[in-house]
Design a protein around this ligand. Structure first.
Ligand SMILES: Nc1ncnc2c1ncn2[C@@H]1O[C@H](COP(=O)(O)OP(=O)(O)O)[C@@H](O)[C@H]1O
Ligand SMILES: [Mg+2]
Length: 262
C-alpha cells in the first residue's frame, strides 16, 4: 500500500482568534477506511474542506496522488476534484429533480457548462447511474423526486452521485448525523462496501466513536484543531477517548468497553 493522501502541517485560521486547525498531519493509504472523530467544533469539517480546497488552508500541504492540492490553479483543481467524491450531512440534493438526475449531476464536473446545463448525458452515463442506484438499493426509486425520499434514501443518492465521478477517494462529512440508527447502519455498510470491493479510499467525519470503532481501519482523533490520536481501533484507550472528547467522554467510554470486550 502507498499513501494516496498526505496531509502535512495543515493549519487554518479564521480571523485573528479562531484556530480551527493547528499543524494537522496524517496520511491515508490507498483503499483505507479512515474515520476522523471529535466533538463539535473540533475542526473535522474544516479539515475535509481543506483537503478538497472548498476552504484554503492558512498553511501546509495536501498531497493527493503526488500533486499538492494547495498549489493547484483553478483548472487543475477542477480536474483533480473529479477524483474526490463528497458526501454531506444534509445530502445537498436538488429536491425538484429525480433520483437519476441528481445522480447524473455527479458527472457535471467533467463536462462543459453548456452540456451540463442542457442535461446532456450520454447513454453510458445513464446506464452507469442506473447500475449504481441498483447497487445502493434504490432501483424502485429511480424516477421519484428527491424530496419524496427518506433521509437514508437521500444519502444513498448522495453516494451514487459521488460514485458516478469514478472517484479515487470519498470525503464524507458526518454522513449519518441526521439519520436513525437503522438508516445509519445501511449507509455505513455501503461506505464499507465501497472501500472493500471498489477499492475506493474513504475518509469519513463521524461524531459517534462506536461507529468509528466498528468500521475503520484507522481512526484520527481531533480536539481543538489538533490531532490527539492516530491509530487502529484496537489500540484506542479510555484515556484517548478522554483526550479526544474532553467533557463529552463520560457518555462514550461505556461503548468502548463493550466494543473491546466483544
Ligand atoms: N467559515 C468559518 N468562519 C469562521 N469560523 C469558522 C468557519 N468554519 C468553521 N469555523 C470555526 O472553526 C472551528 C472548527 O469548526 P468545524 O470544522 O465546523 O468543526 P466540526 O466539524 O468538528 O464541528 C469552530 O470553532 C468553528 O466555529
Ligand atoms: Mg462538522
Amino acid at each position: 500500500m502507498s499513501a494516496l493522501l498526505e496531509v502535512k502541517n495543515i493549519s487554518k485560521h479564521f480571523g485573528k482568534d479562531t484556530k480551527a486547525l493547528s499543524d494537522v498531519s496524517f496520511s491515508v493509504q490507498e483503499g483505507e477506511f479512515v474515520s476522523i472523530i471529535g466533538p463539535s467544533g473540533a475542526g473535522k469539517s474544516t479539515l475535509l474542506r481543506c483537503i478538497n480546497r472548498m476552504v484554503d488552508p492558512t498553511s501546509g500541504e495536501v498531497l493527493f496522488e503526488d500533486a499538492n492540492l494547495v498549489e493547484l490553479k483553478k483548472k487543475e483543481l477542477k480536474m483533480t476534484r473529479t477524483k474526490i467524491g463528497m458526501i454531506f450531512q444534509h445530502y445537498n440534493l436538488v429536491n425538484r429533480l429525480s433520483v437519476i438526475e441528481n445522480t447524473l449531476h455527479g458527472v457535471l464536473g467533467k463536462k462543459s457548462v453548456i452540456a451540463g446545463a442542457l442535461g446532456l448525458y450520454n447513454q453510458q452515463e445513464k446506464e452507469r447511474a442506473v447500475e449504481l442506484l441498483k447497487i445502493l438499493g434504490l432501483e424502485d426509486h429511480i424516477y421519484k423526486r428527491a424530496d419524496q425520499l427518506s433521509g437514508g434514501q437521500k444519502q444513498r443518492v448522495g453516494i451514487a452521485r459521488a460514485l458516478i465521478q469514478d472517484p479515487h477517494m470519498m470525503l464524507c462529512d458526518e454522513p449519518i448525523a441526521s439519520l436513525d440508527p437503522n438508516s445509519a447502519k445501511i449507509i455505513m455498510d455501503h461506505l464499507q462496501n465501497i472501500s472493500r470491493t471498489m477499492g475506493i479510499t474513504v475518509l469519513v467525519n463521524l461524531h459517534q466513536v462506536d461507529v468509528a470503532l466498528k468500521y475503520s481501519d484507522k481512526i484520527i482523533g481531533v480536539n481543538g484543531g489538533k490531532v490527539v490520536f492516530n491509530g487502529v481501533p484496537e489500540e484506542i484507550t479510555k484515556e484517548d477517548i478522554q483526550r479526544i472528547y474532553g467533557s463529552e467522554a463520560e457518555d462514550l467510554i461505556f461503548d468502548i468497553g463493550g466494543i473491546h470486550a466483544s
